[in-house]
Design a protein around this ligand. Sequence first.
Ligand code: GLC
Ligand code: CA
Length: 555
Amino acid sequence: MQRKDLDQWWRSAVIYQVYPRSFADTNNDGIGDLPGIIERLPYLENLGVDALWISPFYPSPQCDAGYDVADYTDINPEYGTLADFDRLVEQAHARSMRVIIDVVPNHSSIKHPWFEDALAAGPNSPERARYIFRHSPDGPPNNWGSMFGGSAWSKVRPLTGKDEDEDWWYLHLFDSSQPDFDWSNPEVHELFKNYFRFWLDRGADGFRVDVAHGMVKVPGLPDDTVGPDRWTKGVRPESYLETRTMPYFDQDGVHDIFREWRQVLNEYGPDRMLVAEAWVEPPSRGALYVREDEMSQSFNFDYLKSPWDANHIRKVIDQSRREMGAVGAPVTWVLSNHDVVRHASRYGYRDTINREAGIGPRDPQPDRELGLARALAATTFMLALPGSAYIYQGEELGLPEHTQIADADRQDPTFARTGGKIPGRDGCRVPLPWHATAPNYGFGTGSPWLPQPDYWGNYAADREDADPTSTLNHYRKALKLRRELGLGTGDFRWVDSLEGVLVFENKGVTVALNFTDQEWAVQVSGNIVLAAGKATMGAQLTQLTLGPNSAAWVK
Ligand code: GLC
Ligand code: CA
């Protein structure tokens, strides 16, 4: 391996996203915690991942599941202590796994001391200049809408009760509990430089940057072309965070911020990384985020958003490789995270309707068997692509989306802010099943913060561990082979194939995925080393037969 690949370990890494609230609960309060992650490190090591990305664990009123941060340099007491964090890093490192944490720089919680100081200090104070307050007697200062529905502006007066705050508003691109920072204020830059040093000193290997395309707003805050209530008016565009020409997303100024952060990381050596959550279009704009002196890589949301369509996926792969290649950044691959419908359910429909809004009990329900078959084939294919791959907790068990959560149990602010029209993201955040027959499927004995469906035991880790044909054992095998064969740092070339079947070669391994509902024969020589679904090799070892929604690696 070259020096660059050793330092820049993320270029080929498999990174497992831990959503701490739903991972494992050790003190039985129904909420996952850091000791729960520590306890399961052997499970993650055995799964074969190179790194963990842990979603926010900071003190927070949990109005947006921890993406509303009240203190950037401490741990939510529900989750544990800084000493637990230190133990987690130490033990993960001892098992050769790196730790990436989640930085939330676009906004804080209204309970952050800075926002509390700002409220107390009153209009036009330096404290208020850290956020975006505006005076506007005739309603909200502009037409911007919250990503979760409704206006992006809330009135200050109900929070302070003071007359002087009449006609004052504050900006929140997300929930009203998440006020946006003013990144034109140098104090905000200092806050985050100190944040990075604090966690780098404690051994963090990298940072996942929340809403990296946010932060910088066009001066004067001009109206956008969407207006408020993007969801309820049905203009919610195709992606979870639409960016095209929005005056608050993907502004050129964000790149100066990343350069500043990169320099802070460089103080700690070349092996610390930044990964961008940047929902930007077109892909050439996305490539700007991962130039040499900015972020290390970014999530490939075009890949995640691809429908079950061979031509579409092929195009995304080509485009991603071209755009990332042009700036020397590694390509990443991802199919699920805590903001989207799990791929085992997304693919469980024969139509191509966008399920971005989540799935609730009143929506058409996915076909669980079809969804799992396709998900397994898709992941098998993805894990053979060169570059880095992100997997989301529970997908290694084949977990579907929980699509039957009752209205009263919904926690995602999107549900309330859209008057219940949009189910939201709770269905992919349900606490994990560890033991098929234990209370709450082994998550912990306290009632879980989101309800688990009654079939959860079928996906429990202990049951799958004991079953050689389980999804869990398939993931383990795939990750082990991927490592042994060096596929993450491999090369890539398409092998000409049939309509509806994609075939590529990486380091002498031929990888094929059949998207259709028919059986297909593909000309390729070798032995099957990994199969999802139905795959058989002819007696001459020159013809692979793939069943519907199946995939295989041949060497
Ligand atoms: C990101 C997070 C999402 C959160 C939002 C606001 O998109 O992934 O979960 O709600 O930012 O912080
Ligand atoms: Ca707990």
